[in-house]
Design a protein around this ligand. Structure first.
Ligand SMILES: Cc1cc2nc3c(=O)[nH]c(=O)nc-3n(C[C@H](O)[C@H](O)[C@H](O)COP(=O)(O)O)c2cc1C
Length: 368
């Protein structure tokens, strides 16, 4: 049904406009109490066996929406209504910024992929914090807040830009994410180097503690799939050393391997981050490597190319306690999260594991 609608309507629209339209509909439905209760009952069924504890939080399911869909925290309840059990808002930057010039989002339909160079278009941490402060949640959803660097801020001042956002947003975040992996802000990914990352994460940790004295807000870092294996290990060791709560693997990739045979070669040449199916293999590899290094000492979040319940299940077996997706939602529509929850519950039931927690990392542990 959605596939037909996608082919007839969305495919002929500019991808960013289609996103805005779809998101507006979701928010509209979520504003009508009877409608949202009905839609949530259909799209967000809850399975006992999927209950998850992670980052000191209780979740109904391990599956959530990755950062970038709701950059300004305007539609959390609508997204919860469509079945995402946690919603990561952002990336939010210290100052508001318009992002890159349009067009900046491209669909590679035949490859079930997207290329984006949005460039952190967002209203800035002051406004987003005010919005979160005045929010009256309808659904019980975990809200992650993902922060990044303002483009106009020089690299030497990056730490204070992140700190400003952390201070403003930590009070409203169930967990906080330091994004150092978007390919669309010049120099951002250099912050993944351990000598830059250490002071950044330390300062953000202190900022969160300062602004929320009564609660330890879990802190995670989101990394790129393009890191060399030694750098992945270095980030993993740093995260454990600093007492970080988790790592999100991965953001989009600048690689274009295996593309261009099906999708228009002109689109493949667009600069930006590639997401969706072609990212699946590398994201899974990065996750496995991280789990082999850190085990259960910190929480791993698997994201990148997840299209169905089997993909989500493979991430759990590879070490992810939580899984996220974005591009799959664009191509598969409103029933996507539902089908993932359903399929995950079915897989767990027929697996040798009594609980989801027992399945986390099982593949990596047995291959050691
Ligand atoms: C249009 C678009 C915008 C995104 N914006 C952000 C962002 O602002 N911050 C971030 O950390 N990740 C962002 N991402 C990356 C996603 O959160 C996710 O890591 C990536 O798309 C891989 O997952 P997927 O293959 O399921 O889409 C964005 C992705 C897309 C497609």
């Amino acid at each position: 049904m959605y596939q037909l609608f996608f082919r007839l309507v969305f495919r002929h629209m500019d991808p960013e406009q289609a996103h805005q339209l779809a998101f507006r509909w979701i928010r509209l439905v979520a504003r009508v109490p009877v409608l949202r209760t009905f839609v949530a009952a259909v799209l967000a069924p809850r399975y006992r066996e999927l209950r998850t504890e992670a980052l000191g939080l209780r979740l109904h399911s391990p599956f959530g929406l990755a950062a970038g869909f709701d950059k300004n925290a305007v539609g959390i309840d609508g997204l919860a209504m469509t079945g995402f059990d946690h919603v990561e808002v952002g990336t939010v930057t210290g100052k508001p910024q318009p992002g890159n010039p349009k067009k900046r989002l491209f669909r590679l339909v035949e490859d079930r992929a997207l290329i984006n160079r949005m460039g952190f278009n967002n209203e800035g941490s002051l406004r987003v914090a005010a919005r979160l402060a005045s929010r009256r949640p309808v659904f019980k959803t975990v809200v992650g807040v993902n922060i990044g660097k303002t483009k106009a801020v020089p690299e030497e001042e990056a730490v204070s830009d992140y700190v400003k956002s952390a201070e403003r947003l930590a009070p409203y975040a169930d967990y906080l994410v330091v994004n150092v992996s978007s390919p669309n802000t010049p120099g951002l990914r250099n912050l993944q180097a351990v000598d830059q990352l250490r002071p950044l994460l330390t300062a953000v940790r202190e900022a969160a503690d300062r602004s929320v004295p009564g609660r330890r807000v879990p802190l995670l870092v989101k990394i790129a799939p393009d890191l060399a294996d030694e750098d992945i290990d270095a980030v993993a060791d740093l995260a454990v050393g600093l007492g970080l709560d988790g790592i999100i693997a991965t953001n989009t990739t600048i690689a274009r391997e295996g593309l261009g045979l099906r999708s228009d070669p002109a689109l493949v040449k667009e600069t930006g981050g590639l997401s969706g199916a072609p990212l699946k293999g590398r994201s899974l590899q990065v996750l496995r490597r991280l789990y082999a290094r850190v085990g259960d000492r910190i929480t791993l979040v698997g994201v990148g190319g997840i299209e169905n319940a089997e993909d989500a299940w493979q991430r759990i077996l590879a070490g992810a306690t939580l899984v996220q997706g974005y591009t799959g939602f664009v191509y598969q529509g409103p029933f996507w999260a539902r089908s993932i929850h359903k399929g995950l519950a079915a897989r767990l039931r027929t697996s040798p594991y009594a609980t989801l927690a027992d399945a986390v990392g099982a593949d990596v542990r047995t291959s050691r």
